[in-house]
Write a protein that binds this ligand. Structure first.
Ligand SMILES: [Zn+2]
Length: 338
C-alpha cells in the first residue's frame, strides 16, 4: 500500500531505501558563527551564508555516499523544539533549565494561543531540494513532542496544548507539500512519554497534521518505550515509522513477531551514540533480522537517530557502512538486478 503511494507521488526508490534521520554535525566554524550571531557580532546574512555552504557540503556527502532520500542536515537549527517555538506565535523561551547531568537548555513556554505565523521550514527545504535530484525530506517537530518539552502556561490541559500545536503545524505541512515536498517527517521522540495519551489525543493530533495532505509521512520516534505503545501506535495515520532499534534494550523484532507491523518501517541499523563504526557484517545482520518480520518492500534503512553528536568522519563512516550493507542485502534478495 505504501509502495503504491510512493509511486503515485512519482518517487522512484530502490528496494530498502537508505536515508538518515535529520541532523548532521555542525563544523566548528559554523558553531563559532552561531555564537557570534547570538552575541550580535555578525549579522543574520553572514550566518546564513555559512549555513548554506555547510548544507551544500552535506548534500554532496550524501550524494557521494549514495543515500536515496536526503535531508538538509539542520545546520540552521539549535534545539529541535526551540527552533519551532521561536517561529510560532504564542511561545516565549525560558531562561536556562537543567535537563540531565550538567546540560542546560532553554525551554519553550506556551504563553498564549499557538498560531502558525508563516513558513518555518519551507525555505531550507527548497534550498536543499534545489541542490539535488534525489528527494529531500521535509521535517517538522511534532505537536506531542513540542507540547511535552514546553512549559504550558496557557492551555487548560496537555491535550488542548497538543491539539492547538497540531493545527498550527498542519499549516506548515501544507506549505511544505505545496512547495513540492513529497516525503514529510514528523519528529516525535517524546510520543511514548505517557503511553495513555497516545489513544487519548496523540493519534488525533497526527490526524490533524496529515489531514488532506498528499505526502508520504514518516514519524521518527526515539528514547522509545515502544513496548508500551505497540501495537497502539499503528493507529497513527502515517506511512512509515522510523525507530531507534540498534541502541535498544528491547527486542523489537520479537515484538513485531507477536503483532505484525502494518506500515513501512525505517529500521535504525547504526548506533548514533557510539564513536565506533559498526562493521558491515553487523549492519547486514541487523537488516536480515528486520527482514525476519518485515517484507523487503516495507523496509527502509537508516541510523537510529540524528547524527549531530558524531564527528564528520564518524558520520561518513557509519553512513558508508550502512549504504554498503543495504546494497549487499539488496543483491542477496534479488541477485544482480536493481
Ligand atoms: Zn531521534
Amino acid at each position: 500500500m505504501m509502495q503504491e503511494k510512493l509511486k503515485r507521488l512519482g518517487l522512484k526508490l530502490p528496494i530498502l531505501p537508505t536515508t538518515t534521520v535529520g541532523s548532521f554535525p555542525k563544523p566548528p566554524h559554523l558553531i563559532e558563527a552561531r555564537r557570534k550571531f547570538d552575541a550580535k557580532q555578525i549579522r543574520a546574512g553572514e550566518l546564513r551564508l555559512i549555513e548554506e555552504q555547510t548544507t551544500r557540503e552535506w548534500v554532496s556527502v550524501q550524494e557521494e555516499i549514495g543515500l536515496d532520500v536526503l535531508v538538509d542536515g539542520e545546520m540552521y537549527r539549535g534545539d529541535m523544539a526551540t527552533h519551532f517555538a521561536n517561529n510560532l506565535d504564542g511561545f516565549k523561551i525560558s531562561g536556562l533549565v537543567r535537563s540531565y547531568g550538567n546540560r542546560y537548555y532553554r525551554k519553550p513556554i506556551i504563553a498564549g494561543e499557538v498560531r502558525w505565523r508563516g513558513p518555518i521550514t519551507v525555505d531550507w527545504w527548497r534550498f536543499t531540494q534545489g541542490l539535488t535530484k534525489k528527494p529531500v525530506k521535509g521535517m517538522i517537530t511534532g505537536p506531542y513532542t513540542m507540547m511535552d518539552w514546553s512549559f504550558n502556561e496557557h492551555y487548560p490541559s496537555r491535550r488542548d496544548a497538543c491539539l492547538a500545536l497540531a493545527e498550527a503545524l498542519h499549516e506548515e505541512v501544507k506549505v511544505l507539500a505545496k512547495a513540492g515536498a513529497k516525503i514529510i517527517q514528523v519528529d516525535e521522540p517524546a510520543i511514548s512519554a505517557r503511553p495513555e495519551e497516545l489513544p487519548e489525543f496523540a493519534v488525533e493530533a497526527m490526524e490533524i497534521i496529515t489531514k488532506g495532505v498528499d505526502a508520504y509521512f514518516i514519524c521518527h520516534i526515539c528514547y522509545g518505550a515502544f513496548e508500551f505503545i505497540y501495537p497502539g501506535m499503528l493507529k497513527l495515520p502515517i506511512d512509515n515509522f522510523d525507530l531507534e532499534t540498534s541502541n535498544s534494550e528491547l527486542d523489537l523484532v520479537e515484538l513485531l513477531r507477536r503483532h505484525p507491523f502494518t506500515k513501512d518501517f525505517s529500521f535504525g541499523v547504526v548506533d548514533v551514540h557510539s564513536h565506533i563504526t559498526e562493521d558491515i557484517t553487523t549492519v547486514e545482520q541487523r537488516i536480515q533480522r528486520a527482514l525476519e518480520v518485515l517484507k523487503p518492500e516495507q523496509l527502509w534503512i537508516d541510523p537510529d537517530c540524528g547524527l549531530k553528536t558524531r564527528t564528520r568522519g564518524e558520520t561518513m563512516e557509519k553512513l558508508r557502512v550502512m549504504v554498503d550493507a543495504a546494497k549487499k542485502v539488496r543483491k542477496s534478495l534479488f541477485g544482480n538486478s536493481p
